[in-house]
Design a protein around this ligand. Structure first.
Ligand SMILES: [Zn+2]
Length: 511
């Protein structure tokens, strides 16, 4: 992918960049104005900017406009880009993102692979100038995402975008914070886009260990054999017969140094491929089923982001990694299986497999790590896509606190949610005829809520719990993973649980 090539962002000593990017503003009357450093540059080079602007009537420095000029003789740079910012006191997050995208597309269209954005006049902005510059640089970085590793001849040679910060000390810290989230998001996107013959439970677990270990996240793989010993009959029914054996990965990050505190819990569905099993999906229905692990990708990406930021939070997470394949001894419709929690489940649809994996993952995390609050994240139902489309995820919770906290986190992170119903009606729909539960509702419709109803049976004690169905948001119609969830989950965890030192439940016994 391209974005890893952008890692020289923000490095010092970047003054030899090929393209110097100068912010250009407008005043209230729409007249073009320059920042202090751009003015110095203009004076030094005999009014180059002023003359150029006068000769370019189409360029009026609105946010999202850019134009590239040849650099004057004597300059260290080959080109000068005038990047429109509009009115400095109107710059906000949405505008910064627009400017960042323009920055990227302009450099790319001119095949310029090394730019230096001058953080000019940041103190004159209404909102924090270092945040605005960090957001612009970050948006350019995110716009550069491409998953081209399997193309034998990638066409994109975009390389570096540097941000000058020599005289803006706060910019680097702000930028690093925003970039930590982006890195987690980019990893989640990469994981989602990997094909199922490359990313399956074992390779996925290896990658999680390799990536998170060096960041100080404790990781532990629960092997297929250990899953059997633990009695994870629900997850094993789905993946036990597959060519690539299932496993789970437990991750612990503690930025609080408070050993006694209970962690926040994250649980992710990682079905690395979903054929539907014997309740086989149609040919068209199988396209994109490599994305059925995007819930787990959101969880591991969030762990990366929080660890990279050194966030003062304590998190315990688990992802259940399985393939749902047809195999000689794959599970059958009408089978009755027993989950780790001891609940019996009759199978009415082998394509309703995600909830089975989540059930055992939820049980394991609660019994071994005692989180005070848990969110599980999954591409769980087509019903949520029918209800909400691709721009909003469905959030199901009977905890008023979690409903409010997620609503706030969604607003601040920009990853939208919709509060969805979950009550006894949905729980009743999941009661089995011959077993405790059925994995498919005995009522028509309400599929997203009844799936949440099923999961609610696996929440123990007074654990606060929310379920996030990202089937629509993680998998957009264009078929490129979005990394949805990393921003939302990081925001939710940091906003509500940073520096929380009071343990709300007895800590789990040492393993
Ligand atoms: Zn399925």
């Amino acid at each position: 992918m391209t974005s890893t090539k952008l890692n020289a962002f923000c490095s010092r000593g970047s003054t030899n960049a090929q393209t110097l990017i100068l912010p250009v503003f407008t005043n209230k009357k729409g007249k073009i104005t320059l920042g202090e450093r751009a003015k110095d540059f203009d004076t030094k080079y005999d009014g180059l900017i002023a003359h150029s602007v006068a000769a370019l009537p189409a360029f009026d420095a609105q946010a999202g406009q850019a134009t590239v000029l040849a650099a004057p003789k004597g300059s260290r740079h080959q080109n000068i880009m005038l990047l429109g910012f509009g009115q400095a006191d109107k710059l906000d997050k949405a505008t910064s993102e627009k400017i960042g995208q323009t920055l990227f597309t302009s450099l790319k269209s001119q095949k310029l692979d090394n730019g230096l954005l001058l953080a000019d006049d940041h103190k004159k902005f209404k909102s924090d100038g270092s945040t605005i510059y960090a957001q612009i640089a970050n948006a350019a970085y995110e716009a550069s995402y491409a998953f081209d590793k399997y193309k034998s001849a990638p066409t994109d040679n975009y390389k570096f975008l540097n941000v000058s910060y020599e005289d803006v000390h706060s910019l680097k810290a702000e930028f690093d914070n925003i970039m930590a989230i982006s890195k987690g998001r980019v990893w989640a996107r990469d994981l989602g886009n990997e094909p199922p013959n490359v990313l399956y439970p074992e390779t996925y677990a290896n990658q999680i260990q390799e990536k998170l270990g060096p960041l100080g996240v404790k990781t532990r793989v629960i092997s297929y054999e250990e899953m059997q010993k633990l009695g994870m009959g629900a997850a094993l029914a789905v993946g036990g017969s597959a060519t690539h054996k299932p496993c789970m990965v437990v991750m612990e990050y503690d930025g609080t140094n408070n050993e006694l505190a209970a962690p926040v819990g994250l649980v992710g569905k990682g079905v690395t491929y979903d054929t539907g099993g014997y309740s086989l999906k149609s040919g068209a229905g199988q396209i994109g089923m490599k994305f059925d692990m995007c819930g787990s990708a959101a969880v591991v990406g969030t762990m990366q982001a929080l660890a990279e930021k050194k966030a003062a939070v304590k998190v315990a997470a688990i992802v259940g990694l399985v393939e749902n394949r047809i195999a000689p001894d794959a599970y059958l419709v009408d089978d009755v299986i027993t989950s780790m929690a001891g609940k019996t489940i009759e199978i009415k649809n082998t394509d309703a497999e995600g909830r089975l994996v989540l059930a055992d993952a939820l049980t394991y995390l609660q019994r071994n790590h005692r989180p005070h609050s848990i969110v599980d994240v999954a591409t769980l139902t087509g019903a949520v896509v029918a209800a909400l489309g691709h721009n909003r995820a469905g959030l199901f919770s009977e905890s008023q606190t979690l409903r409010e906290n997620f609503t706030q986190a969604a607003q601040h992170s920009g990853e939208a949610i919709e509060l969805m119903p979950l009550d006894d009606e949905h729980r009743r729909a999941m009661i089995g005829k011959v077993a405790d539960l059925s994995n498919s509702a005995n009522t028509p419709r309400m599929g997203a809520s009844t799936a949440a109803g099923f999961l609610s049976y696996f929440i123990e004690g007074d654990t606060q719990w929310a379920h996030l169905d990202i089937a629509g948001t993680a998998i957009p119609p264009n078929g490129v993973a979005t990394g949805y969830g990393v921003k939302l989950l990081s925001e939710w965890v940091e906003r509500n649980y940073a520096d929380k030192t009071t343990p709300q439940q007895t800590p789990a016994p040492k393993q």
